[in-house]
Write a protein of this length. Structure first.
Lengths: 309, 344, 331
């Protein structure tokens, strides 16, 4: 028997607990995860600057043909040793008359190609190896990790040096070598990530509900474990660009006439005392690209990891 | 008797991306020496935040403590300079937290963490502090305290960790011990043990206890007085007997009715509180509980009810119709709720 | 505990074996004629007789497998071979270069630890302040400027320029060379030679340590036990240092340890720029010259050092994080 409380109809109106205001109820879960990540990334000023810079560099590289009339790597002894802001040579020329502005633009292509492709190779191999290692477990895991340890114990630069010396320098070799020497860390990172997630409760829950292994992998495990890989790969790309610079400095990187920033720095060293711009122009270009990559990598890491806000 | 703690019209909120969260929305109460004062409410009711505000552990941006006064032994904590507040923290008012595993530092021994209390406030030497820690561990019932004192937190079981936390909190014999959900993270059997420890400690060091929980069962055994909170505001305040046997707020009624009871097993359906917890950013107008109240009236939507005495000397409720609830029994409530559910 | 250490030590063996085998393969299935290297260059063809003699002496005419076996045989007896290029025993070359690399690496680590951690802690405490943002940018830059560029800049600023301007001795630093006399292994009498290479080598690592320390400090600041420490009335500085930093340093220490393992070999660029007589530079030169024994011998030492340091880092983990200690049972 109901209570005789006057005007029960009012209660009826409010059944269901809907808030009596018209405004959005903020206690409900927010936007989709992807939108979330982008939103957080956008708020990170340094990361956005880095992203813009990278986009600009990419655009400059793509449209290099339209941004300059010079030929990349074209030697012109008559025009040697021009300083910055000389007529016809906004960034000056080097010892043998190559226009720095043109070379820097085309050199961007090289650096970007090397960074991207080395990163792709390293990431592809790393993801596959890491995933296999984590999912199959047992002795496959142990042997793969052992093998990774062996490769990691070899000094990176020296091995790259050895291989390139043996095979012959050039852009393609550099890309391959950097990629082949970089997958190990990615494999490790992914493996650790997967192992952690595999045992977590929501995977257990999915299994309890009867989700197939395939579904679990793609819908639960992968999205959550791919994050450190993304961050690491971004940083790896920056590191690959630097490694190419180091290899060029040692003489085994990209060869002339292709302009490459690392190569240009090495070449510029000789004139450092009299014409410092020959070294600094490509050096600054390198630093800007890598710094931007670092900011973006940082931003990605912070955006993907909500706890760190 | 003079109250130890007077909380007067306290407002604590947080600036978040979604808006300003009004976590504690004008609460006032007093705690007297030696009593066990329970604060009951769901998650989001503001009970923990109010305790943290008293302790001074709210980060001021993004938090904001607007208005209000917190008087401890005659001094307004909110106007004290930080180092004076820090002197009180731990020494006169101590707090233990919900999850002892994460609340203890994993790289320091238990003994060192307990000892830190006396070393900070009383300047004791390392050796003395360690001995004191051993004594305290013994007091809370940990076996082999002289060995255990050099263990790390991960070497203790859950219940033992919580006891260690209690030992740590009472090291300087505080006048008020705030226990924020001390048993929530523990097994049921262990819960009882830990509560017993708190109970005994209270007598041992002669302190008052503020027990924060969402578990009414825990309250029933231990509390002298009870305050029920909802959405940052007070719903009801009175002695344990008054609140349990003569509830005067629909929310309290709902809470009590929704408790499964051993003596009624199989007899009646559990009576839920309809609806879901409100947003703390856009609170409902008038009485904050009105969207879920089975007895809601016009005035409830337009006017915020004041916390006022509705029975006896000090039994207070924040409901416009508190007096009419006197005659409402559990089965009445169940029937009303059932009818309303059918209509929905 | 000892069982664990022994097991880990045993693991060193396959790693070293694997690494060296890979190198061996790289070197020996490859073009590049060591005979020419040894018999003198200047474009003249090597007379057959000489070629045969050299090949025989160095066992270069044996099939690969035999060469491989011989390599291990002599290595395991402590004979690291003889350089093709200089005819000196590899062991001598090792004695000259390894200590220098080690010294430079140790000093770089000292800088990384002291400067890196302090900067990281300060920027975590003053999060989002101007100092923090500036630090973030500087550390990103330090990690992004190619090491050799940094080296060149320092050489110019601290060495070449003061020289040209005729500044007094005390205001200049030498730009090339390795100290000759060392006291207590780490402290050279002619310490000026150490300054620039040490700072340049440490630059990237310091930046990384600072960034990681900041990150871990921020993570740790959210931990419940920090709130408990404050609730106990502990002074804020103690909370941050004794409770926060102590926990935050655990991964950082690992990073520093691994960096040490890397630095010994990876210093090649710095060594080249500053003409520092270390292993990295030596191996690089030897690679160009196809001087296999030097490369193999020195890299062997590098790999062993790397693996051992890694092992030490793993073991020290238990020292810093009691949760990981081997052998302590949960009561």
């Amino acid at each position: 028997m109901a209570i005789s409380v006057p005007d029960r109809s009012l209660a009826e109106e409010h059944i269901g607990g809907a808030p009596s205001t018209d405004e959005t109820d903020y206690s409900v879960a927010p936007a989709t995860p992807k939108g979330d990540v982008w939103r957080r990334f956008r708020r990170n000023r340094l990361a956005m600057i880095g992203l813009v810079v990278i986009v600009l560099i990419v655009l400059a590289a793509i449209f290099a043909d339209f941004l300059t009339t010079g030929q990349p790597g074209k030697v012109n002894p008559g025009d040697a040793n021009q300083r910055l802001f000389s007529p016809g040579h906004p960034l000056g020329t080097d010892r043998v008359g190559r226009d720095l502005y043109t070379d820097v633009l085309y050199g961007a292509r090289v650096s970007l190609r090397i960074g991207l492709f080395a990163g792709l190779i390293a990431a592809s191999i790393g993801i596959v190896v890491g995933a296999i290692s984590a999912f199959y477990g047992r002795w496959i895991d142990t042997s793969i990790m052992r093998f990774t340890d062996i490769l990691l114990s070899l000094p990176y630069i020296l091995i790259a040096l050895a291989i390139i010396t043996v095979v012959g320098p050039g852009e393609r070799t550099v890309i391959l070598v950097l990629g082949l020497l970089g997958w190990m860390a990615i494999a490790r990172v992914l493996r650790a990530s997967i192992l952690q997630v595999k045992e977590s409760e929501y995977v257990e829950a999915a299994r309890a509900v009867g989700a197939s292994n395939r579904r679990i992998i793609f819908r639960h495990i992968l999205p959550n474990t791919i994050q450190p890989v993304i961050v690491y790969t971004t940083l790896f790309i920056g590191a690959a660009v630097l490694s190419e610079a180091a290899l060029s400095f040692l003489g085994v990187g990209v060869q002339r006439p292709t302009p490459a920033w690392g190569l240009m720095v090495a070449e510029g060293r000789r004139s450092l005392a009299n014409y410092p711009h020959m070294l600094f122009v490509p050096a600054i270009a390198l630093s800007i690209l890598v710094t931007a990559a670092v900011f973006v990598g940082d931003g990605l890491r912070d955006a993907l990891d909500p706890k760190l806000k | 008797m003079e109250p130890l703690l007077i909380v007067d019209d306290l407002h604590t909120g947080f600036h978040t991306d979604g808006g300003y969260v009004q976590a504690v929305d004008g609460i006032s109460y007093e705690i007297y020496p030696g009593e066990t004062f329970a604060i009951v409410g769901e998650s989001g009711s503001g009970k923990s935040v109010s305790a943290l505000t008293i302790m001074g552990l709210i980060n001021v941006p993004p938090g904001e403590i607007k208005a209000g006064r917190i008087e401890w032994k005659g001094r307004d904590l909110l106007t004290l300079p930080e180092d004076e507040r820090r002197a009180i923290r731990g020494k006169e008012i101590a707090m233990i937290f919900q999850d002892p595993m994460t609340s203890l530092n994993p790289v320091h021994t238990i003994g060192r963490q307990i000892g830190e209390m006396s070393r900070t406030h009383e300047g004791t030497s390392k050796k003395e502090a360690r001995q004191k820690a051993v004594d305290l561990l013994d007091l809370v019932g940990i076996p082999q305290p002289d060995i255990r004192v050099d263990n790390y937190p991960h070497e203790f079981s859950g219940g033992m960790r919580q006891r260690a936390m209690i030992a740590m909190a009472i090291a300087c014999k505080p006048s008020l011990l705030i226990a924020d959900e001390p048993t929530t993270a523990l097994d049921v059997t262990v819960q009882a043990q830990v509560l017993e420890v708190i109970h005994n400690i209270r007598d041992e060091i002669d302190s008052a206890v503020m027990l924060i929980t969402h578990d009414l069962g825990v309250v029933a055994g231990m509390a002298d007085r009870v305050m029920v909170m909802y959405a940052g505001r007070q719903a009801e305040l009175g002695t344990a007997d008054e609140v349990f046997y003569e509830p005067r707020h629909p929310y309290t009624l709902g809470l009590l009715a929704s408790l499964p009871r051993v003596d009624e097993a199989g007899v009646e359906r559990l009576v839920p509180i309809i609806g879901h917890p409100p947003s703390l950013i856009n609170k409902p107008s008038g009485c904050v509980f009105h969207p879920r109240c089975p007895f809601v009236q016009d005035m409830c939507i337009s006017e915020v009810p004041e916390l006022r005495v509705v029975e006896g000397d000090a039994h207070m409720s924040a409901c416009h119709y508190a007096e009419t609830l006197r005659d409402v029994s559990r089965s009445d409530l169940a029937a009303t709720v059932e009818e309303l559910e059918e209509l929905a | 505990m000892t069982g664990y250490v022994i097991r880990r030590l045993l693991l060193v063996i396959p790693v070293v074996w694997g690494a060296l085998t890979i190198l061996f393969i790289l070197f020996f299935i490859v073009p590049g004629d060591p005979v020419e290297l040894m018999a003198g260059a200047s474009g003249r063809a090597v007379p057959d007789a000489t070629r045969q003699a050299i090949e025989q002496q160095f066992g270069l005419d044996d099939p690969i497998i035999v060469q491989y076996g011989n390599f291990w045989k002599r290595t395991l007896t402590g004979d690291l071979g003889t350089s093709y290029a200089s005819r000196r025993p590899v062991a001598d070359i090792l004695k000259e270069t390894f200590p220098n690399s080690l010294r430079l690496a140790i000093w770089a680590i000292v800088i990384e630890t002291v400067v890196g951690i302090s900067v990281g802690v300060l920027s975590a405490i003053r999060r989002y302040s101007l100092a923090d943002n500036v630090t973030t940018v500087i550390t990103a830059l330090a990690a992004s400027i190619p090491v050799f560029v940094l080296g060149f800049i320092f050489q110019q600023v601290f060495g070449v320029f003061p020289n040209e301007q005729g500044w007094p001795e005390w205001a200049r630093l030498p730009v090339q060379g390795t100290p000759e006399h060392w006291n207590f292994f780490l402290f050279p009498s002619d310490w000026q030679y150490l300054i620039l290479p040490m700072i340049v080598l440490a630059s990237v690592g310091t930046a990384l340590v600072a960034r990681m320390t900041r990150t871990t400090m921020l993570e740790v600041s959210r931990a419940d036990y920090m709130r408990t420490a404050r609730a106990k009335g502990v002074k804020e500085r103690q909370v941050v240092l004794r409770h926060g930093l102590r926990n935050a340093l655990i991964p950082v220490v690992t990073l520093i340890g691994l960096d040490l393992a890397n630095l010994i070999g990876a210093a090649i660029i710095t060594e080249t720029v500053f003409n520092w007589r270390g292993m990295g530079r030596q191996i690089a030169t030897s690679i160009f010259r196809r001087d296999a024994p030097v490369v193999l011998g020195l890299t062997l030492v590098l790999v062993v050092a790397y693996v051992l340091i890694n092992l030490l880092v793993d073991l020290s983990y238990g020292f810093f994080d009691p949760r990981v200690r081997i052998g302590k049972e949960k009561s």
